[in-house]
Ligand binder design. Structure first.
Ligand SMILES: [Zn+2]
Ligand SMILES: [Zn+2]
Length: 136
């Protein structure tokens, strides 16, 4: 993907810049992602925290992952957009919501994860690898 990548929330108060290539991408169908983004799945790409900067104040809602790790789900307190996540067990990485990029078309999903939780009406690309849970 072309660097730096830029993105932000719906109202524009929280903005981020990314100076490192994603190490992984996925479409996550878990129930927590579904609820937190208000959609049948979350398109994410994972970048090194060292190559990720944020401007603007965001809030975090903490959920507990199946691994037992705290998942800090960052959102804009003004417009509610879900932006990125910090996994307490892997603070060196940031999963970022691909649709919040200024150019989301630059994103390419590599796999579907937590497909056991997928909605029967959500349409998946049959060519992508499928994982029942977390492949990482
Ligand atoms: Zn906002
Ligand atoms: Zn998820």
């Amino acid at each position: 993907m072309k660097l730096p990548m830029t993105g932000g929330c719906l109202c524009g108060k929280v903005r981020y810049e990314i100076f490192a290539q994603p190490i992984s991408t996925a479409l996550c169908h878990c129930r927590t992602c579904q609820k937190s983004v208000g959609a049948p799945h979350l398109a994410i790409f994972i970048v090194p925290t060292s190559g990720f900067t944020v401007t603007g104040n965001y809030k975090e809602f903490i959920t507990i992952a199946a691994s037992g790790n705290n998942m800090h789900r960052a959102f804009c307190p003004e417009c509610g957009t879900s932006l990125f996540v910090k996994n307490g067990g892997f603070p060196q990485f940031r999963p970022v919501s691909a649709v919040t990029l200024d150019d989301p078309s630059a994103f390419t999903p590599e796999k579907d994860i937590w497909v056991a939780d997928a909605q029967p009406w959500d349409v998946m690309n049959p060519e992508l690898p499928k994982f029942e849970g977390n492949p990482w």
